[in-house]
Design a protein around this ligand. Sequence first.
Ligand code: PPS
Ligand code: ADP
Length: 203
Amino acid sequence: MKTENTVWHNQHVSKAQRAELKQQKACLLWYTGLSGSGKSTIANAVDALLFANQHHSYLLDGDNVRHGLNGDLGFSDQDRVENIRRISEVAQLFVDAGLIVSTAFISPFRQDRALAASKLSAGEFIEVFIDTPIEVCEQRDPKGLYKKARAGEIKDFTGIDSSYEAPENPQIQIKTADQSIEQCAQQVVDYLIEHGIIAAKKL
Ligand SMILES: Nc1ncnc2c1ncn2[C@@H]1O[C@H](COP(=O)(O)OS(=O)(=O)O)[C@@H](OP(=O)(O)O)[C@H]1O
Ligand SMILES: Nc1ncnc2c1ncn2[C@@H]1O[C@H](COP(=O)(O)OP(=O)(O)O)[C@@H](O)[C@H]1O
């Protein structure tokens, strides 16, 4: 550790106070799933629903973070671990600000998702498994990446030559092949209401 001479400062305003002002509880919706499974689509739909109902939320999305904060990282196992570690730290700060935070990253390794969860209090970390079979993801192929990976133009592609460890006990499991985008988003919103993170209001 290079931080041995630094001291943690407790803030006067707590996470709970910040969240209460926003009439919500702070939490982290951690979306995980294969490329093309629907993480971004569903996380964006949920975020839009929350915003429309005056909630304070923020979405950290894969490609955007990789263009900036994590622009130095590729797709080796080691780089993915570091990618998720940094995202976990950033997400924790946003949760501290009292927000309903969403992260939409493949986050293929259980251990890294567990690390993200360990930084938050009980009930704050909500693992959302976007459970879409690889055949469906590959058929959708929204960015043409599966085609390139099959052609050998991209290596270490998740689900093809890089592993994905599915969650064993996610708080929310969404089967996108059987439901519309709206139904998937509503499944997340229903969870937030049932667990007292937001009030029912119009959602
Ligand atoms: N080799 C390889 N494997 C998987 N994905 C790849 C790869 N190369 C580029 N991409 C694109 O990068 C997006 C995944 O980035 P993540 O930061 O979510 O990945 S990870 O959590 O670190 O595994 C992923 O975005 P999504 O399709 O939205 O998941 C791809 O668009
Ligand atoms: N029920 C659904 N939920 C989410 N996405 C869906 C669904 N049905 C079809 N799709 C489509 O699947 C694709 C998912 O892409 P994307 O959200 O970018 O996935 P990811 O972020 O996991 O890579 C989009 O083109 C989206 O329109």
